[in-house]
Design a protein. Structure first.
Lengths: 96, 278
């Protein structure tokens, strides 16, 4: 029988790995809307981590921010620019 | 592209390895992960947070986190609130003079049109009151259970956001949730936070007794303080007032930013462009 502490730590490790993969996908994704969704997934996993680390206050504020407010702000901003990052990638803005 | 992939992957791996090394070498004490038990500092806060026998230290709230946030470390939270509202002031300054009122009167922006499907709209109609109720309970019980003003306020801000995305910004404006009422809500919240922080001092000015800014419970050299209970119900002095006012301020502030962000680009340009406006 697995102890509860071990199970909690295992779940934390799993959440950490999921958040790492989501971060990697969010950084590399060229379609910004899909990148936002990966990023929201990563912050949702962080909310679970905060709960497992016995910080329910932070988890309570992280759930609305991670699922609702943060993706919404970024989606509004993407709507004002372009959806795709383009081939130039890190060439930066400034060219009209 | 290949270089970018390699850089991202290697920087992530280096981050994970560095953090793992730091934790195994004792960055969080002698154990790689936080202990399930209670540390010395935490046990001191837990001992004093609802302990009427120690009037010097107690905050009269069973929720140690809210007690730390608004009583033991109240000034820190005040300045965090100030930073958040300076950001909103910046957004307001950028969008000054731009209003959706004129676009609302356009026939092409009729309230009933647009938005997502009927299923989404019905679900949103059911969910929006629930979100408001849950967020209000998070804020009002903030001094008893996990939660508080910021948590409740950010949960409440999801409700107008849902309406804004699923119906339209014009629907939200037609229900009276526009820039001015949200600005008033935010100002009421901020003024309430300042008045609560100064409540004991203001009473002290009139009664001639010693009192401190951000005072919650009576202290030996400052006999004034806010009541811990009202007719048997624990309100933890200033904590309930701080939570309620922070709830109003955060909900109003977030909603205000979302309304400003959702103003269409053409409307903004018509206000900035001036002469080209038809």
């Amino acid at each position: 029988m697995i102890e509860l502490d071990t199970l909690t730590y295992l779940f934390m490790a799993l959440a950490g790995v999921v958040s790492l993969i989501a971060t990697y996908l969010a950084v590399l994704e060229n379609d910004l809307i899909r990148a936002v969704i990966f990023s929201a997934l990563q912050s949702t996993v962080y909310a679970i981590l905060f709960y497992l680390l016995m910080a329910p206050d932070i988890a309570l504020v992280y759930i609305p921010v991670a699922v609702g407010l943060y993706p919404a702000v970024v989606l509004f901003l993407i709507k004002k620019t372009e959806r795709s990052e383009g081939d130039l990638g890190g060439a930066g803005g400034g060219s009209e | 592209m290949r270089i970018k992939k390699f850089l991202v992957l290697s920087s992530l791996i280096i981050l994970v390895l560095t953090l793992s090394l730091a934790f195994t070498k004792g960055a969080l004490g002698h154990y790689p992960l936080p202990l399930p038990g209670v540390r010395l500092l935490a046990s001191w806060y837990l001992f004093t947070t609802l302990n009427p026998q120690y009037p010097v230290f107690t905050a009269m709230s069973p929720e140690a986190v809210t007690a730390i946030v608004w009583d033991y470390r109240g000034l820190d939270t005040l300045f965090e609130t100030a930073v958040f509202f300076l950001a909103i002031v910046g957004a307001l300054a950028l969008m000054r003079g731009i209003s959706l009122k004129s676009a609302l009167n356009n026939a092409s922006n009729r309230v009933g049109d647009g938005g997502l499907s009927l299923i989404c709209k019905t679900a949103a109609r059911l969910l929006t009151p629930l979100i408001i109720v849950v967020s209000a309970s998070i804020a009002l019980h903030g001094h008893l259970t996990p939660g508080g003003g910021f948590q409740g306020g950010s949960a409440a801000a999801v409700a107008p956001l849902l309406v804004l995305v699923i119906f339209s910004v014009y629907f939200l404006l037609s229900k009276g949730v526009s820039e001015k009422p949200m600005l008033i809500l935010r100002t009421v919240g901020l003024v309430g936070i300042y008045l609560t922080a100064l409540a004991a001092v203001l009473i002290g000015l009139f009664t001639g007794l010693n009192a401190y800014v951000f005072q919650n419970q009576p202290k030996p050299d400052a006999p004034l303080g806010l009541p811990a209970q009202i007719s048997g119900a624990l309100i933890s002095g200033s904590l309930l007032f701080f939570n309620v006012f922070e709830y109003l301020a955060v909900a109003g502030g977030f909603t205000l930013v979302f309304i400003l962000l959702s103003i269409p680009e053409e409307v903004v340009k018509s206000f900035i462009g001036g002469e080209t406006h038809e």
